[in-house]
Design a protein around this ligand. Structure first.
Ligand code: NI
Length: 182
């Protein structure tokens, strides 16, 4: 049975705190919430369910967005029409990154930010993430392009950072000669 998640708004101070590391084994409540996050993000990217449940499309969520300051992120990445790769990373860290900087040309969005925010968010083009899966096994993920942006966006949530914090207020847009826009 699908349950639409209650996602906290940007004004909630929980989004500005540094989250604590999660400990293993994860509780049943934590595991259940992770599954609900996967379901919510998946449904939000399938037009039929997006309409039926009035969801905003999104590819990532972090625990603080559910009001819990724990270092857990979920990304549901559409790799082909209605085909998704799911990533659940507990205590994720960026262990290396490219020098190249990119930005989403259309800007970024966030399920906790219920307004349009214009501007380019500079991100590493490629990142390597280390962390743990739900069972506590160490994992390493290499991400590039859109997926790299998603990981950086979600890990920021664990450190109390929102995407628009990275937008240069004096010069919110970059040219193609400055950073690569995707
Ligand atoms: Ni977000």
């Amino acid at each position: 049975m699908f349950k639409k998640l209650d996602i906290v708004d940007e004004k909630n101070p929980v989004l500005r705190k540094t989250s604590e590391e999660a400990t293993f084994p994860l509780s049943n409540d934590e595991k259940k919430l992770i599954q609900q996050m996967i379901d919510h993000l998946t449904y939000s990217q399938i037009e039929e369910y997006e309409k039926k449940y009035d969801l905003r499309p999104g590819m990532g969520l972090a625990f603080p967005q559910l009001g819990i300051n724990k270092r857990i992120i979920v990304i549901v990445h559409e790799i082909a029409e209605n085909t998704f790769d799911n990533y659940v990373v507990i205590n994720p860290t960026i262990v290396s990154h490219s020098e190249e900087i990119i930005a989403a040309e259309a800007g970024e969005g966030c399920l906790s930010v219920n307004r349009d925010v214009d501007g380019h968010v500079p991100r590493f083009a490629r990142v390597t993430i280390e962390g743990y899966d739900e069972d506590g096994n160490k994992i390493r993920i290499r991400a590039r392009e859109e997926l790299s942006i998603a990981f950086q966006h979600e890990i920021d949530h664990l450190n109390g950072i929102l995407f628009f914090d990275h937008i240069n207020k004096n010069k919110p847009f970059y040219g193609e000669d400055e950073i690569r826009l995707i």
